[in-house]
Design a protein around this ligand. Structure first.
Ligand code: ADP
Length: 295
């Protein structure tokens, strides 16, 4: 059934913006080892920017709150974000820190390993101007205090809060109690102490993403497993971000949780079929087409 869209709903993404430096190589280097790579690209990235772009491409009006440096990388990210019809009123220019960078290695199997250098992301301000039907989405590449303040403002406004706890970090009982939905991958949920710990802290819904194996949705005392869409992955960078951004956009559009998860699974799968993070994030049409082709 089609949802009843609310004209007032926005997705508010608060998070990191980085320049991703991506090297491809047959396999990952061991400690102390130098490998000859096969290719190199620079892409816009950062979990915040990726998820904001994923949300906008999935059809939601999207506000992006972040901090970039007063440098060429920051101007590059600003120009990319403007081209994605994001609301950029919340972009803070940090005078002291360079724009964040991520060093990414992708092997022949499409598996990645990543080092993030936060730089200006440490100055990311909290989201403040939040409406009651907004969906506020955050990750952990910015200070946890900014996420907590944003979620306090969101809950006061009556908005939905979604946390993608990546990269995994110790989360306070206060922050967990402010999260309506938490979306960890299998590695992150282990580091967070398991699903029941999150539920006991007050999280209503936990969605564990399992790569090609799909997702587990823990909601109202039930665990439901949904499979991934079958695709041929070339680079899994940005799959989790595509999932989170597509989910937030679908919930803001009024889709029920399970239907929103289906659309997010399509978004995540499509993101693995193209190299890079932002370049791989799918449009609403691509998401609809994959769902239609698979049903
Ligand atoms: P992360 O990128 O955060 O580690 P996952 O690897 O769990 O997260 O991927 C997030 C989502 O992206 C998955 O739940 C799934 O929807 C999609 N996805 C990732 N890898 C694949 C794959 N090989 N085939 C299909 N979908 C995938």
């Amino acid at each position: 059934m089609s949802p009843v869209p609310s004209l007032q709903s926005s997705v508010v993404v608060i998070g990191s913006a980085n320049v991703d430096l991506v090297a491809t190589t047959p396999r990952h280097p061991l400690p102390g080892e130098t490998l000859i790579g096969t290719d190199f690209h620079e892409y816009p990235g950062g979990k915040g920017l990726n998820q904001a772009v994923a949300s906008a491409r999935a059809g939601a009006r999207t506000v992006f709150i972040c901090a970039v440096g007063d440098d060429d990388a920051g101007r590059f990210l600003h120009s990319i974000a403007s081209g994605e019809s994001l609301d950029l009123g919340g972009i803070h220019i940090s005078p002291d820190e360079p724009t964040g960078r991520a060093l990414i290695v992708v092997d022949d199997l499409g598996e990645n390993s990543i080092i993030v250098v936060p730089g200006s992301n440490a100055a990311c301000p909290p989201a403040t101007n939040i409406g009651p039907s907004d969906v506020v989405l955050a990750q952990l590449e910015i200070p946890i205090s900014a996420v907590t303040e944003s979620f306090i403002a969101a809950r006061e406004a009556g908005a939905m809060t979604i946390l993608n706890p990546a990269p995994a970090a110790e989360l306070s009982a206060e922050l967990l109690s402010l999260c309506e939905i938490v979306i960890p991958n299998e590695h992150e949920i282990e580091l967070l102490g398991g699903v029941s710990r999150l539920q006991e802290a007050g999280v209503k819904t936990v969605i564990v993403t399992k790569g090609a194996a799909g997702i587990d949705i823990y909601h109202e005392g039930v665990c439901e497993e949904l499979p991934s869409f079958r695709v041929t992955p070339v680079d899994t960078t940005g799959a989790g971000d595509a999932f989170c951004g597509s989910l937030a956009a679908s919930l803001a559009a009024g889709h029920e949780l399970k239907d929103a998860c289906l659309r997010a699974l399509a978004g995540g799968a499509l993101a693995t079929t193209t190299h890079g993070a932002v370049p791989s994030l799918p449009s609403q049409d691509e998401i609809e087409s994959l769902i239609a082709a698979s049903s």
